[in-house]
Design a protein around this ligand. Sequence first.
Ligand code: SIN
Ligand code: CO
Length: 391
Amino acid sequence: MTSPQARHPATATAPLPDTPLALLGGLTPRQFMRRHWQKKPLLIRQAMPGFAPLLDRAELFALAGQEGVESRAIVRQAGGDWRLSHGPLARKALPPFKQPAWTLLVQGVDLHVDAVHRLMQGFRFVPDARLDDLMISWASEGGGVGPHFDSYDVFLLQASGKRHWRIGRQKDLTLQEGVPLKILQHFEPEEEWVLEPGDMLYLPPKWAHDGVAVDGECMTYSVGFRAPQRGGLAGELALRLADEHEDEVLYRDPQQVATDQPAAVPAGLLDFARDGLQRLLADDQALGCALGEVLTEPKPKVWFEEPVEAWATGAVRLDRRTRMLYDERHIFINGEAFRAGGRDARLMRELADRRGLDAERVQRASAEAQALLADWHDAGWLHLDPEVGGD
Ligand code: SIN
Ligand code: CO
């Protein structure tokens, strides 16, 4: 997909916490987070007045046909059965647009299209560590993915056409069996609305929902937020910490007595294992560092293009695929951690928060910080943006 390369400022300010936003139906981000985030749904009529799709149907389908783009097609067949196929999806492998009750879902469109990445910036009143991706669905009349629940927080923005949403605070999360999708067995909707272009619905995790295209075809944009799973995160961190932590101490048991229960695990081994794990956790900085690396790891199949232009000290903006975060002592970018303090740390934090720096800031950076920026430029993680002046 050739992404629209419209000019845009290098720096993107996140929404201010106390400014009422049309995007949130007149609530400030602070009010929204307190009242709704992870708690209860919010329907916002005309969250984005006059909103028009950032990709047309042909562009979306072209994206779904590409290697390295995650896409799915879901077709509801005449007998009511569901058929699921995974991308890349060639247009000719899909039903005609006029055939009712089918849908195409393209995941991570923000990684491929600058304008979509920019749309997501409006949701940065939520920490970047939680932001996952923007999925676009196209559905023919009657199309949808069936009643289900997600483990993600999601903003469902109606981009074109109309969608009938039904939602419920479902207790019974039993899924239908023998279906290639996660579909609820007993969906009990409590509220329903028809969303038109520019309308948006926020849903916390585990709320059951079902959205069906009505009055023709429709497109919906889902801004999704990831929530790490405790066990999975712990496993990933333990692996990283163990890799970093050189510990080749061998278990010793000079006091072992002769045993008549040779299959029993010696108690000393359990203590040894516990001690090993505790040592991994003893260094809080190393834990923070591993967490930042995990959180900024690029998604599978993401690659960066080397720049055609040579590095020159000037304004920069992060590539749309770059993940950048920081903690008190480190800067994390695309799975790598750098220690930073003082003025350089402030500069790098600004780069992460605003996803760009103006020329003056870059020129005043230390030689070390400039060298890092040059490396990141050469890796395709950030780009020169000569049209940007000061703030
Ligand atoms: C869709 O856009 O069809 C599905 C979005 C969702 O239900 O999460
Ligand atoms: Co959903």
